[in-house]
Design a protein around this ligand. Structure first.
Ligand code: IMP
Ligand code: MG
Length: 416
């Protein structure tokens, strides 16, 4: 399985796409269209938000029970890519409804300076309704009568909230019911028992790849709460999100940039100060896939990455966008945090206030000037770049098995 080891946008899409070439089935287990996976091959760029990227390579793409699904986005992606592969959608996944999007937007507006900086796609409100047992699920699309009834019950409450609490427009039952019945007609053929499907595929010896969305530090339980998403991106969640046992997962590949980015609010110890941050943003093209927002940029943070290795059980690391670091004279790497009491630690702080106050302790590594696009393996990297990779491996005690040196599928170096 492939999991984001930072705050998202590590280039998981690209690594999943590469590994998908060897897989039969590619599954998503959490999140919704807040993800934005960019895949570049054969000179074409594809941005995909909801359907697992394996569909682009002709694989079986499974959206598991742990996902929240915006049917409008799925229908658009099926129109664009459906012919390329096979799509299966869990009947237990929850639907994102128009009021979820409206509430996400209104509550962020209301929070003002305290906002989370969500993607405003309705993710949080959809998961909140799931936990409150008020959600509408994909399987409710199978019966038009049930669907209309559930929308009616939900709207009776949601419209009160929208009008009286958030002071925005209510939704009209007939309009929403008509719109969702339209999606239902498109999606019914794809609804399946995805737990059974994946179990059967594994029993038949097929190769199954799990595609994490968002990332470790955005995990609802293990991330930098409250500046997190509303699902569990961590590796163990693949088992619950798809409905298989935890011992079926053989390998956990963590994906990390060679530096760090974060969109949205929240503490970020190794964030770069001043114009160097802009330089990094320009070099790395660090603007959000879903929202177009500027991503905040920082130096590689090995304290946070060590934490990601722990909570996911990462046994191999893919280090992406190493090429972006070419032409910096020196590369600070955060190796420890200095805490409020003046001591230093290798371990990620367990409490929010300690993380807020954490100061990065850097080790300065040597930069390199050579471009990396002529290298065809890790062994061929310029000395300083190879040392950078080896430093990460030593500090984390995890092998870096893949190194990204450019946007194309082909620009990923393996060890040999
Ligand atoms: P939400 O997932 O839209 O509720 O947003 C919650 C937080 O997660 C915000 O900081 C978002 O910017 C962040 N987030 C959600 N999805 C992604 C992603 O795919 N990449 C990076 N950040 C994300
Ligand atoms: Mg993204």
């Amino acid at each position: 399985m492939v999991v984001g080891a930072q705050w998202g946008d590590e280039g998981k899409g690209k690594i999943v796409d590469l590994l998908a070439q060897e897989a039969d089935v590619v599954c998503r287990y959490q999140g919704g269209p807040n993800a934005g996976h960019t895949i570049i091959f054969g000179g074409e760029t594809h941005k995909i938000r909801q359907i697992p990227t394996g569909i682009l390579s002709g694989k079986v793409a499974v959206l598991g029970a742990g996902c929240v699904v915006d049917p409008e986005v799925v229908v658009a992606e099926l129109d664009a890519y459906g012919e390329r592969g096979t799509f299966c959608l869990s009947g237990n996944a929850h639907l994102i409804m128009p009021w979820h999007v409206a509430i996400d937007q209104a509550s962020e507006r209301r929070l003002g300076k305290l906002q989370i900086g969500t993607t405003r796609r309705g993710i949080g409100p959809a998961y909140a309704d799931k936990a409150s047992r008020l959600g509408i699920r994909v399987q409710d699309l199978l019966d038009p009568k049930i669907l209309r009834q559930k929308i009616e019950v939900a709207l009776a409450e949601k419209n009160l909230w929208l009008e009286r609490v958030y002071e925005t427009e209510p939704f009209d039952l007939e309009t929403v019911a008509g719109q969702y019945e339209g999606y239902a007609q498109r999606l019914r053929p794809y609804v399946a028992d995805t737990s059974l499907y994946v179990d059967t595929a594994l029993r038949e010896g097929k190769r199954v790849l799990f595609e994490g969305a968002q990332a470790t530090l955005l995990d609802l339980d293990h991330g930098t709460y409250p500046f997190v998403t509303s699902s569990n991106p961590v590796a163990a969640s693949a088992a619950t999100g798809v409905g298989i046992g935890p011992r079926r997962i053989d390998h956990v590949v963590g994906v990390s940039k060679a530096y760090v980015t974060r969109v949205g609010e929240g503490p970020f110890p190794s964030e770069i100060a001043g114009s160097e941050q802009e330089r990094m943003r320009e070099l790395g093209g660090e603007y959000g896939t879903v929202t177009g927002r500027e991503r905040r940029c920082g130096w590689l943070d090995l304290v946070a990455l060590r934490y990601a290795v722990r909570v996911n059980g990462i046994d191999q690391l893919a280090l992406t966008k190493l090429d972006v670091l070419s032409h910096f004279a020196e590369l600070p790497v955060c190796v420890r945090y200095r805490t409020r009491d003046g001591s230093e630690t290798h371990d990620f702080p367990a409490h929010q206030s300690d993380f807020h106050a954490a100061e990065p302790v850097y080790e300065l590594l040597e930069g390199w000037n050579e471009p990396l696009d002529t290298c065809s393996s890790v062994a061929e990297l310029p000395d300083a770049a190879r040392s950078y990779v080896e430093f990460v491996e030593r500090e984390l005690e995890v092998e870096v098995t893949l190194v990204g040196t450019g946007a194309e599928r082909s620009s990923v170096l393996t060890r040999a």
